[in-house]
Design a protein around this ligand. Structure first.
Ligand code: 1MF
Length: 185
């Protein structure tokens, strides 16, 4: 994955736990990279090891770490660095999710080595949908939950998320049933 992802994990941990904890996590993960370069590709294993080590050191299940990281990604990394791309994605959660495929197509044009997941929406109503997530990567379903929560915050929308089909339980891909309510007009 692009270094931007590992750097976002670093920012999240340093921001909430401090630099010392981050150094312990890197040590535990056997990662000796001093600085992650945003536009350089890194082995996915590094990202997984960092999440695993953070889970150990902080005493939280990896799912919690991934969820927190998903939220951080949307509210900090994507918003700060790619704000225009995000706002071009739509003016409501539903619109944004339906535009996610074209958002990734655009990002992919700029960063050709991206291995982007693919998304689709079915059974869309004014306040609900089924949201489909397909990825070449394993185990990142909790990260998507965090992303959805973060997007809810971004759009002043309360989101209820039910994970109705899980690849980890043998399904073809992950499906989330979403219901939402805008908290501000
Ligand atoms: O393959 C990759 O390296 C990769 C990196 C990040 C693939 C996808 C992503 C983004 N995605 C992360 C979860 C991947 C899960 C999976 O593979 O199953 C989050 C997607 C997303 C979902 C909802 C809302 C917003 C989302 O992301 C927006 C986004 C996506 C990619 C980037 C930024 C925002 C991005 C930008 C530049 C990158 C890498 C990713 O690389 C750089 C960095 C600095 C300078 C030049 C290139």
């Amino acid at each position: 994955m692009y270094g931007l992802v590992n750097r976002a994990i670093e920012e999240m941990v340093c921001g909430s736990q401090g630099e010392e904890t981050w150094e312990r996590i890197k040590c535990e993960a056997g990662v000796d990279t001093d600085v992650f370069i945003g536009n350089q590709g890194y082995d996915d294993a590094i990202t997984y090891r960092l999440v695993g080590a953070a889970s150990q050191v902080l005493g939280l299940p990896p799912e919690r770490i991934l969820e927190a990281f998903g939220e951080h990604w949307v509210l900090k990394t994507a918003r700060d660095g790619y704000g225009e791309l995000l706002t071009a994605g739509g003016s409501s959660l539903s619109e944004f999710l339906q535009n996610l495929p074209s958002l990734h197509a655009r990002i992919n044009l700029m960063f050709p080595h991206l291995t982007p997941p693919s998304f689709s929406c079915t059974n869309v109503t004014a306040e609900s949908m089924d949201f489909h997530y397909r990825s070449k990567r394993q185990g990142l379903a909790p990260f998507m939950v965090g992303l959805l929560r973060g997007l809810g915050k971004l759009f002043d929308t309360e989101v209820y998320i039910e994970h109705i089909e899980a690849r980890s339980a043998g399904a073809d891909h992950d499906v989330y049933h979403l219901r939402w309510r805008r908290t501000q007009p």
